[in-house]
Design a binder for this molecule. Structure first.
Ligand code: HBI
Length: 99
C-alpha cells in the first residue's frame, strides 16, 4: 500500500510547468535531468550538496555520475510514481544551480 500520495495528472502538469528543465518519463513514473559540470570535482561537490538536501528531505535521488556529468532521476518509491516530494527536491536542486 503506497504511503505517499501520487500526483494526479493535473497536479503533475502544473508542477512540471515550473520545472521545464526536467523531463517526465514516458510512463510518468519519475522526472529526470542531466547536469554537466567542468570537471569531476565540481560534479561531486554538486552531488554532495544534493545528498544533504535529500537526507534532510528524507527523499533520495536515483543518480549516476561520469566525470563532469550527473544524471538524476526523481521518483517516489513509496508511491510507485511521482509525488510532491519529487517536485520539491527538483526545485531545491534548481536553487543550488542558481547560487
Ligand atoms: N526516496 N525517492 C525516494 N522515495 C521514497 O519512497 C523514499 C525515499 N527516501 C526515504 C524514504 N522513502 C523513507 O520514507 C523510507 O520509506 C525508506
Amino acid at each position: 500500500m503506497p504511503r505517499i500520495a501520487r500526483l494526479t495528472n493535473e497536479e503533475r502538469a502544473a508542477a512540471l510547468a515550473t520545472l521545464p528543465q526536467w523531463r517526465l518519463a514516458d510512463d510518468a513514473s519519475g522526472i529526470s535531468r542531466s547536469f554537466n559540470f567542468p570537471d569531476f570535482v565540481t560534479a561531486f561537490g554538486f552531488m554532495s550538496r544534493v545528498a544533504l538536501l535529500a537526507e534532510r528531505a528524507d527523499h533520495h535521488p536515483e543518480w549516476s555520475n561520469v566525470y563532469g556529468r550527473v544524471d538524476i532521476r526523481l521518483t517516489t518509491h513509496d508511491a510507485d510514481g511521482l509525488s510532491q516530494r519529487d517536485i520539491a527536491l527538483a526545485r531545491e536542486i534548481e536553487v543550488l544551480l542558481a547560487v
